[in-house]
Design a protein around this ligand. Structure first.
Ligand SMILES: [Zn+2]
Length: 165
């Protein structure tokens, strides 16, 4: 966490014009960089989970409201009737399939963090960075990270060999 803020601070020091994009999550209060089109908005949620959780909640609320209004109720009645007439052996249809959530929701939802990294790197480099580039960059960084960790363990083992407890 403190590492994240150190990084954010050094980015803002190097690119002061990005200060306008600095935003704070209204839910968990974490600071993050947002797209310039959202700069200055105070009602944003962070891309580290709060945005997704809120969307999910809203979608549930939408479907609840849908079934509360009389027209929605009629539809649900018909749906239940159809379910009954099809027989109890039929699997119950999940409520979500009735609402108009887009099909690619889960595909997009699985990588909001990568998309956030892409957006921030694009802002920092002042060019449009592709998802492919970001994935390659992340793989490189993660590989280095695990290599460093392995080296640290090797050092510890070597040290223990020389200085047995
Ligand atoms: Zn948050």
């Amino acid at each position: 966490m403190s590492e994240y803020y150190l990084l954010l601070r050094s980015v803002l020091r190097a690119k002061p014009h990005l200060r306008a994009c600095l935003s704070r999550c209204r839910h968990c209060r974490i600071f993050f960089l947002t797209h310039p089109r959202n700069a200055g908005r105070r009602n944003l949620r962070c891309p580290f989970g709060c945005r997704k959780a809120h969307r999910k909640q809203q979608s549930t609320q939408r479907s609840v409201a849908y079934y509360r209004d009389p027209q929605g109720k009629k539809k649900k009645c018909a749906l239940n009737q159809r379910r009954v007439s099809k027989g109890a052996a039929d699997r119950p249809r999940p409520v979500r399939s009735v609402t108009s959530t887009p099909k690619n929701d889960s595909a997009k939802g699985s990588q909001p963090m990568v998309e956030h990294v892409r957006m921030v790197v694009s802002l920092i480099e002042a060019r449009s960075v592709s998802m492919k580039e970001i994935r390659e960059m992340l793989q490189r960084v993660l590989r280095q990270h695990s290599m460093c960790r392995r080296r640290k363990i090797d050092h510890a083992v070597a040290w223990l060999n020389e200085n047995p407890p």
